[in-house]
Design a protein. Structure first.
Length: 182
């Protein structure tokens, strides 16, 4: 579900549908369990999560990452995470795409959502949940990650010029980063 579509001209990556696609998978930041009456869907970020999300946005920016589309789960913790990262990237908050099916999505569901994206977007930052994020990461050849930690991210070269053609077997992991990594 698109809350808003980016207007013409607001894309950090040049429009070129033949460019090999770049994917950034982000697990939401640390959430709070303080209020046991709050549903899983509505859990907010805790202090550490609020602090870590902008740091990860700064790290992406320092590496020259400029995603042209940000997609998030509708869960409160994921939306708050991606908004904090987006601010650091200078990405307009009103153009973050909320995808309802990303809430607790499996690896296959995440792939299906990515395959539906428009090829004018050359780089996508997707924020979702475990176990889906970790399971998808482990489909990349020569990658073995026990657990993508909260606010952990993986930057991936997909090897294909179309989102419709995504296959993790074609992917190469450029880097894996997380808040506690030195």
């Amino acid at each position: 579900m698109h809350e808003n579509s980016p207007p013409t001209g607001i894309r950090a990556t040049p429009i070129n549908s033949s460019t090999v696609k770049r994917l950034i998978l982000l697990r939401h930041a640390k959430s709070s369990w303080a209020d046991t009456d709050t549903s899983d869907f509505d859990r907010p970020l805790n202090r550490r999560g609020k602090d870590n999300a902008p740091v990860m946005g700064q790290r992406l920016l320092a590496r020259g990452e400029r995603p042209s589309l940000l997609v998030t789960s509708p869960a409160a913790r994921a939306k708050k995470t991606i908004r904090r990262v987006a601010r650091e990237l200078g990405f307009p908050l009103e153009f973050i795409h909320r995808e309802d099916d990303l809430y607790l999505a499996s690896a296959e569901s995440i792939l299906a959502i990515l395959r539906q994206q428009d090829d004018h977007f050359n780089s996508i930052l997707l924020c979702a949940h475990n176990p889906g994020i970790t399971l998808l990461a482990n489909r990349i050849p020569e990658v073995s990650i026990d657990n993508v930690p909260t606010c952990g991210l993986l930057c991936i070269n997909t090897g294909v010029p179309s989102w419709k053609s995504l296959d993790p077997q074609d992917w190469t992991l450029d880097y894996f980063d997380y808040p506690k990594k030195a």
